[in-house]
Unconditional design. Structure first.
Length: 128
């Protein structure tokens, strides 16, 4: 599990290899990840949007942007956490993801960025 604190928001990520499948005769490697977002600030915040940068071992790069996470724009109270599960597929047995969230401080209506730490996606058989 990796952790990073930015602007009083702690982001922790844990990953899992889920298996392989074929899509149009091309093997795909499926990964899931669990993200925990803890508000260590004194004010409530709302997660407005996210940006992901995904890279695999073949140097294939993808940028994914959108509102909220898994269909939600959660409000996170001080000292509370929001946890969600999501996933992605790669065309190689390992890669990495990183990104950021745009958050809103509800008390003063100011937006700010929170870094999502870089984390590895790796199949069981590709690990040393």
């Amino acid at each position: 599990m990796v952790h990073q604190i930015t602007n009083g928001i702690k982001v922790s990520v844990e990953t899992h290899f889920e298996g392989t499948f074929y899509d149009k005769e091309v093997i795909q490697y499926a990964f899931s990840y669990i993200v925990k977002i803890k508000n260590e600030r004194e004010d409530p915040v709302q997660l407005l949007s996210r940006t992901w940068h995904i890279c695999d071992a073949l140097n294939s790069k993808e940028k994914v942007e959108g509102d909220g996470v898994v269909g939600a724009q959660p409000i996170i109270q001080p000292n509370a956490s929001y946890i969600y599960n999501s996933g992605c597929t790669l065309k190689s047995p390992f890669g990495a993801m990183k990104g950021n969230y745009t958050m809103l401080n509800i008390s003063d209506n100011e937006t700010f960025k929170v870094q999502i730490p870089s984390f590895k996606l790796c199949t069981d058989f590709a690990q040393n």
